[in-house]
Design a protein around this ligand. Structure first.
Ligand code: FAD
Length: 433
């Protein structure tokens, strides 16, 4: 079966994945005179930096998701197809997808990454990832359901397990969700569950490294640990998780933690595809590209963002960080190359592809109300300034005026009266609490 898209004699660029990289590429290719086909397994774009707020009932999923078809309206040269790309035949220049074959002239892989359970199947079954909006909704349901269960639980041991949330992974996502849950414990839980002894609720942040936020400066790590501890989070540095089964988290040192909610933000791995010829994969299963973001060994195929790793950049010998800015800047770079190739084809000249140079705009992590850490060039700061900056940057990055307004109102509402009102448990009829 062939995907039902008319070719119209134009050069066709297929983009796999409409995440932060893929979507930026769609924008950068506007007016390029070529046909652009976006394929994504979802019909919406999602904004990962705010998924933890969906998980902690601070934002609605629809505030950080945006339908592709709405975004691409009015662009005649652009087509969207919802589906899963399964394999790439670079010799025939064709993709095998869940909706049939799709031919391309240029291919850009921007399929991102998924949660890494490091091959531990049982762990994957028993813990909760926080990688997609759907994961965020699932987490919100679990956390709220466990609070409801705790309200009627008479066995003390089970009650404590229901009220213990373990966050595994001390990177920005782990810090952010632990901080948000500590705020929930302090402000929302006592009001919603006046009968509950909230002192029994524990948020434990388990981190295999000696310090949190290890990609940031040591001062930022110390500040994050201090702030979280003050907020009531129990930080466990240097603790490696060995297993999770029957409501117990087992550490490598033999200690255990009884908990019904384990949030797993301990690592990611690139999304995988079969390909002919085979692609070279680097650390974390990332597709290896050269410095022009061309997939090694494949013609006219590029890879950007979390799914790939650049080989040969002296400044980043171990690859670039898997961050939004990298994916977006790489999208701009590939768009330049494809446009250049097209115009040189028309003029009949030779052209060199654009080399990718990453411009580091800084890193940030929010910890809680008026608490964050930021590192911009040589500046390293925290507290309310970093927190306000974090709010502005994330609000600006959100797609759609409606989403910006809804999120801003939500944040202001929560800031002034600590009353987020999104604590609804939506689940399938057949699932019992
Ligand atoms: C919880 C969380 C918080 C984060 N916070 C920050 C932050 O504060 N700052 C920051 O800079 N970065 C942050 N990141 C990282 C940032 O989101 C990523 O670096 C960025 O999204 C990478 O963009 P991408 O385009 O490579 O992939 P993604 O944005 O992940 O997009 C990949 C897309 O590909 C689609 N896809 C995947 N496989 C297939 C397939 N087989 N077929 C079809 N479609 C497919 C997916 O549906 C998705 O739409 C965070 C990530 C997470 C998970």
């Amino acid at each position: 079966m062939k995907a039902n898209i008319k070719h119209r004699g134009k050069t066709r660029i297929v983009v796999i994945g409409g995440g932060l990289g893929g979507l930026r590429l769609m924008k950068a290719l506007k007016g390029c005179g070529m046909q652009v086909v976006l394929v994504d397994r979802n019909n919406y774009h999602q904004f990962p930096p705010l998924i933890y707020q969906v998980a902690s009932a601070g934002l609605e999923p629809s505030s950080i998701s945006f339908p592709f078809r709405k975004m691409l309206q009015g662009r005649e040269e652009v087509f969207f197809r919802m589906g899963e790309v399964k394999s790439i035949d670079a010799n025939e220049k064709v993709l095998q997808t869940s909706f049939g074959k799709l031919y391309y002239d240029y291919l850009v892989i921007a399929a991102g990454a998924t949660t890494n359970f490091f091959g531990n199947e049982r762990m994957a079954r028993n813990v909760l990832p926080m990688k997609t909006v759907l994961d965020g909704m699932n987490l919100r349901n679990t956390i709220l359901s466990n609070l409801e269960r705790a309200e009627v639980e008479t066995d003390e041991e089970t009650l404590r397990a229901l009220l213990t949330v373990a966050v595994v992974g001390g990177g920005p996502s782990g810090v952010e969700i632990a901080g948000a849950l500590a705020e929930m414990k302090r402000t929302i839980v006592p009001r919603d569950y006046p009968d509950m002894d909230t002192a029994k609720m524990r948020i434990v942040l388990v981190n295999s490294d000696a310090r949190l936020l290890k990609s940031m400066d040591e001062a930022s790590s110390r500040r994050a640990e201090r702030d979280l501890t003050e907020m009531g989070v129990e930080v466990m540095p240097g603790a490696r998780v060995a297993d999770c089964r029957d409501g117990v988290l087992y550490m490598e040192d033999g200690s255990t933690l009884a908990t019904r909610t384990v949030i797993w933000v301990a690592g990611i791995r690139a999304n995988r595809f079969m390909s002919t010829p085979e692609m070279t994969l680097g650390a974390g299963g990332r597709i290896v590209t050269d410095t022009c973001l061309r997939v090694k060994g494949l013609n006219d195929v590029f890879a950007i963002g979390d799914v790939s790793i650049v080989d040969g950049d002296k400044d980043y010998p171990h690859g670039h960080p898997q961050l939004a800015q990298v994916a977006m800047q790489q999208a701009d770079c590939v768009a330049k190359t494809i446009k250049r190739r097209k115009s040189s084809e028309q003029r009949g000249g030779n052209v060199s592809d654009q080399v990718f140079r990453y411009r580091d705009l800084g890193t940030m992590a929010t910890i809680g109300r008026k608490k964050a850490v930021a590192e911009i060039a040589r500046l390293k700061f925290g507290g309310i300034t970093a927190w306000l900056l974090w709010l502005v940057v994330h609000l600006r990055s959100l797609l759609g005026v409606r989403n910006k307004i809804v999120v801003l109102i939500n944040w202001m509402w929560n800031y002034f009266n600590y009353r987020s009102s999104l604590r609804l448990i939506f689940r399938n009829e057949d699932k019992t609490v």
